[in-house]
Structure formats: structure tokens, C-alpha cells
Design a protein. Structure first.
Length: 428
């Protein structure tokens, strides 16, 4: 919506809730942008928010009276009237406390009552320190709100108060406004290309607009004969989630899909390059990586392939009780990418590990990123009942120095969003 005049947009009534976090000062930009676009904006701050931003400022920018009390305009029943009139509710910033109150349905102030009274779409822009965002209570509250249809914009990775940095920074005002208004334009937007159900996805921030992203997905199959192959259990869901989220953020995406079900890649709005074996994947990646700004290597690429591929099906009667296959090592696509990357190109590698111990798993990741110094290495927990062929995933993300810069679990769409937040920050 950048560059669209206020007159060209349909005027909506937007309630902007501001809660008591240091990022409240950025909410001023949200209010200003919405008013500039021609919308009727009503600000509902909490008492805590007014410690960071003054009421006169909010009234001047919104051009409407501002109050925190349910006792003002009693004749109008303001706490119900605002909720009913709203076409859209935006909470920016949404603190951990605010998310908890929303999840519990508390109505101790005007913002709480307005949220309970509205049937309009609700969009929240969280802002808090990384430990608070990752706390199990916050994660549970987020999942509860998503299940009720609340949409999330961010948080993103960046500088926080004091010397802290990490996930938890509120998205920029323009990104919040554009993502929030997009809800009104696409109220029935499907969940992350069908990868999640029963929960509204985080909204795209536009932070990869104009970026060319190459994603690999799925598992390669190394043929033994026309019937059999050596392969792995990767379904490609994690890579498809990366492609979907990158496209939603504005990127031009090429997805190199190794044996991925066509139903997963349909209607993604990205270029899909189907491949079968590790050699085919390597060729496709070499071609696409030349123009890519970001490469995300989620595909499970076979380390070895049969030395000989038989033209006809091997017969067990001819082989006897034992069959010996000689294997030869495949090219290391990630190592090749890292060695040949151009200046400014960001490469994200993946390491699928079955090691159950966190410290030992991270040690394996540190050894791999030391050998293949990608910009980020995602250590992916896999096993008989985790990682592969499931909707959920769990990861630790390492930087080239071996530091754990992100650790999260959830749906594969949420994991993709968390990693792409780091990528967007690195590009910025």
C-alpha cells in the first residue's frame, strides 16, 4: 500500500490499542500512518502506555478524544460502542502482560472491554525481551490467541532496551499498518499454504520485499534401479513453509523441490523447480544461486549414491540372501555454496541431528558450521517421532562463531518465520 493516497483508500474505523512497553513510542507512527491514509482512528491506551506517550500527543495525531476509562462517555457505553464500530483493532505494542490478559479475556480497563466487545479482526504487534517471548506461558498465550483468529505481526530480531538484542523487537510502524490493513483486504487468507490448521498465521512484514530467495526442500532419492532408491523421510514441509513465508514477505522465491508432493507446492506463488537426485539438486542450486540474495538449504540431500545404477530391476533370486551396494559420496552442495558465495549473499544451512542431548547437539552444529561457515546454521531435531513427516519442528540457530542466536519450536510455519526474521535483520 505504499504510495497509495488517502483518498484512494476506503475509510475504516480503526481502534489502536497501546500497552505499557517502551515500544509505545513507535505506536505514534502507527496512528499517524493510519490517519494519513484517511482512516478514522481511535486510540485506546492503557494506564501504563500513558507513562511512555502523553495523552495530548495521541489526541492530536488521532484527531479523536482519547481515554483509558470505562467511566467516560457512559451514556454511549463507550467500551461496547468502540468495539462494535471498529472495522479493525490493532494492538501495538502488545506486551507479554497484554497477551496474557487477552488470552484470559480480562476486561479491567477500556482496552480489555473493547477487545471483548468487538467482532472486528484483531492484529497484534508483540514487543518484549527474548526471554519473555520464549517463555512457555507467553508461547501458550500466543497459540491461544492465534486459535481464536488473532493475527500477529512480528516480533522481529533487533536492538532492544539497554544492551539487549534478539527476537522481541516490535515491527516497524509501516509494516504493522500494511499487514493489518491487508487483513481487511484478505479476511479469509489461508494458513501458510495449508501447513497449519486451526491457527491464524503471523502476517507478512514486507521485510524481504525485492529480495531474491532460493529455498531447497524435500529429500533426494538416489536410484538403485528403475524401481528402488536410497532416500530419506523428508516430506519437504519445512522448505515449503520457508518458501511461503518468504513470498508473503515480498521476496521473489525459487523453490528447488526434491520429491515434494505437488499438493504442497501448488498455489504458492513461487517458481518451483522439481528435482530427484542429489546431482540434479546440485545442478539446479548452482543455476539458481547465481542470482539469489538468500539461499536456504532445508533439503535433506543424500550424502552418498549408488556407484552403479542398474538399467533393469535387480532380481532377488539372482542376488541371493545378501545384496551389497557400493556407494560413492555426493557433492557437498552447502560447502560449495559457502565457498563460492558472492559478497552480500546470505546462506542458511540445515543440520538434521538425532542427538537428544541439547549440549551435544549444539556441539555437532558448531563443528558443522566451522567446516562450512554459513551465515546461519539451523540445527534441526529429527528422529523416529520428530522432525520428519510432521507439522511441528524444533531448532537451534547458530551463527558462524557457534553462538546460539535463536531457539524455538512450533509449527513449521512458525519455525520458518523465526529464521527468516534473522535473515531479514542480517540483510538490513
Amino acid at each position: 500500500m505504499t504510495g497509495v493516497s488517502a483518498a484512494a483508500e476506503h475509510t475504516r474505523t480503526v481502534v489502536v490499542g497501546i500497552t505499557g512497553g517502551i515500544a509505545a513510542y513507535k505506536a505514534v507512527g502507527v496512528v499517524r500512518d493510519l490517519v494519513t491514509r484517511g482512516h478514522d482512528v481511535h486510540v485506546v491506551p492503557t494506564e501504563g502506555a500513558l507513562r511512555f506517550v502523553g495523552l495530548p500527543t495521541l489526541e492530536a495525531l488521532s484527531r479523536n478524544p482519547v481515554t483509558t476509562s470505562v467511566w467516560d462517555d457512559v451514556a454511549e457505553v463507550r467500551h461496547v460502542a468502540l468495539g462494535r464500530r471498529a472495522d479493525l483493532v490493532v494492538i501495538a505494542p502488545a506486551t507479554a502482560d497484554a497477551l496474557a490478559r487477552m488470552a484470559a479475556g480480562l476486561a479491567g480497563d477500556l482496552l480489555g472491554t473493547t477487545l471483548l466487545a468487538t467482532e472486528a479482526p484483531v492484529v497484534v504487534a508483540p514487543a518484549m525481551h527474548p526471554q519473555m517471548w520464549e517463555h512457555p506461558a507467553t508461547r501458550a498465550n500466543v497459540e491461544t490467541l492465534r486459535a481464536r483468529g488473532v493475527r500477529f505481526v512480528g516480533p522481529v530480531v533487533g536492538a532492544l532496551t539497554g544492551d539487549d538484542a534478539g527476537i522481541g523487537r516490535m515491527s516497524e510502524p509501516r509494516d504493522i499498518v500494511e499487514a493489518a490493513l491487508a487483513v481487511l483486504d484478505q479476511p479469509d487468507r489461508p494458513d501458510d499454504a495449508g501447513l497449519t490448521t486451526g491457527a491464524a498465521p503471523s502476517l507478512p512484514s514486507g521485510d524481504l520485499r525485492g529480495v531474491r530467495v532460493l529455498v531447497t526442500a524435500g529429500g533426494t532419492r538416489e536410484p538403485v534401479d528403475p524401481v528402488r532408491f536410497v532416500g530419506n523421510r523428508s516430506s519437504g514441509r519445512q522448505g515449503v513453509a520457508f518458501a511461503a513465508d518468504a513470498a508473503a514477505r515480498g521476496a521473489a522465491v525459487t523453490l528447488v523441490a526434491a520429491n515434494v508432493d505437488a499438493g504442497l507446492t501448488a498455489d504458492l506463488g513461487v517458481e518451483v523447480v522439481p528435482v530427484g537426485s542429489a546431482l540434479e539438486l546440485a545442478d539446479a542450486v548452482r543455476a539458481a544461486a547465481e542470482d539469489a540474495d538468500v539461499v536456504v538449504m532445508t533439503a535433506a540431500v543424500a550424502d552418498y549414491r549408488p556407484t552403479e545404477v542398474h538399467a533393469e530391476k535387480l532380481k532377488k533370486d539372482a542376488q541371493g540372501d545378501h545384496l551389497t551396494l557400493e556407494l560413492v559420496r555426493n557433492p557437498d552442495v552447502l560447502a560449495e555454496l559457502v565457498a563460492n558465495r558472492r559478497s552480500g549473499q546470505i546462506i542458511v544451512g540445515f543440520a538434521a541431528e538425532t542427538e537428544p542431548d541439547r549440549a551435544a547437539r549444539i556441539a555437532l552444529g558448531r563443528a558443522k558450521i566451522a567446516r562450512k561457515p554459513a551465515d546461519l546454521l539451523v540445527v534441526n531435531h529429527v528422529g523416529w517421532s520428530s522432525g520428519f513427516e510432521r507439522e511441528e519442528n524444533a531448532i537451534e540457530v547458530l551463527s558462524p562463531g557457534g553462538e546460539v542466536v535463536r531457539e524455538t519450536s512450533g509449527t513449521k510455519a512458525e519455525v520458518a518465520a523465526a529464521v527468516l526474521d534473522l535473515v531479514a535483520t542480517a540483510l538490513a
